[in-house]
Design a protein around this ligand. Structure first.
Ligand code: AHR
Length: 308
């Protein structure tokens, strides 16, 4: 009877629930904020004690957060790595402490892949290929475009650039005019687009904008309007994320396409930690997926997504 009483007490206080550390990059974009909210909500639903740390875009803050999670003896760690490299040492410290680390959204380049349990993320190279295939189709393979890159050194920027170029090089009349980082922010996208337009005769010789995320595309739309051109018409625009604001812009005719990046990564990430704790095998990459959206459904998508 004593034993039953003790286990009931554990259940009712929730003392057996896991404690998980989550090192998030920051809040640079609408997508990032949705991802944070979704992971926090999923943790709450599962009774997980989530220790959240916002790195404000700095890798050094993420490394500090990971060391603090390790010192606290958490049961697992979610890491959204701001850049790809420089993680070997701290991941080794987590592994030595037998704490499984799940990468969420972005990937890392490490010498030993056993330093992390799994990656729950979309395929950024595929996103870049899809974006270029859409642009090649829209322009019959003839287009002088500019690229707004994400954060320098991030897997999202590196792979989205690579995927796009994989396809562009198959079309001899597609040409990249300029490419620069807008750091995944709306203000960065606007600023870089303004300088592109100035350098490119007010944008008259340009055919399209490929933005690595929706927030930069939204900034670019503003810059294009201020330069006296019509975004979505004079210049075609494609970006990635599928945040509510881009659907509003698409419904208004200011942009042409977006590729969805699934922000609901908490469920599969927590499942992976549970599986590892139960000694079950876990795949090295748990892929998230998202389709390409066009203006025909934009107004409905905006309504649906902004009501959530
Ligand atoms: O890593 C994914 C990218 O990071 C998203 O596309 C962007 O919006 C975010 O900030």
């Amino acid at each position: 009877a004593l034993l039953v009483g003790a286990s009931l007490a554990v259940l009712s206080t929730g003392a057996s629930a896991l404690t998980i550390g989550f090192s998030q990059i920051g809040s640079e974009s609408g997508w990032r904020t949705s991802e944070t909210e979704s992971i926090k909500a999923e943790a709450k639903k599962r009774g997980i004690d989530l220790k959240f740390s916002d790195a404000q875009q700095k890798q050094e803050n993420q490394i500090k957060a990971l060391r603090s999670f390790i010192a606290q003896g958490v049961d697992g760690i979610l890491l959204a790595p701001v850049v790809e490299t420089g993680w070997d040492q701290v991941l080794k410290e987590a592994k030595d402490a037998k704490i499984p680390v799940v990468l969420v959204d972005r990937g890392v380049k490490v010498a030993d892949e056993s330093l992390y349990l799994t990656k729950v993320a979309s395929d950024f190279v595929e996103e870049g290929r899809l974006a270029a295939a859409w642009l090649a189709t829209r322009t019959s393979g003839k287009c002088r475009y500019v690229e707004l890159q994400g954060t320098v050194g991030s897997s999202a920027a590196i792979d989205r650039k690579k995927g796009f170029e994989d396809v562009v090089k198959l079309f001899p009349r597609m040409e990249q005019a300029r490419s620069q980082s807008g750091d995944f922010t709306r203000s960065g996208g606007k600023q870089v687009m303004e300088s592109f337009l100035k350098a490119e005769d007010g944008g008259k010789a340009l055919c399209a904008v490929y933005a690595h995320n929706d927030d930069m595309a939204l900034g670019a739309i503003q810059a294009i309007k201020e330069a006296g051109l019509k975004p979505g018409k004079d210049l075609s625009i494609i970006s990635i994320d599928a945040v509510p604001d881009i659907f509003k812009a698409m419904a208004d005719g200011d942009t042409n396409a977006t590729i969805e990046l699934n922000p609901h990564l908490g469920g599969p990430a927590f499942d992976a930690i549970d599986a590892a704790k139960a000694g079950k095998p876990v795949a090295k990459w748990i892929k998230a997926q998202g389709p390409l959206y066009l203006p025909d459904t934009a107004a409905d998508e905006y309504k649906r997504r902004s009501a959530q």
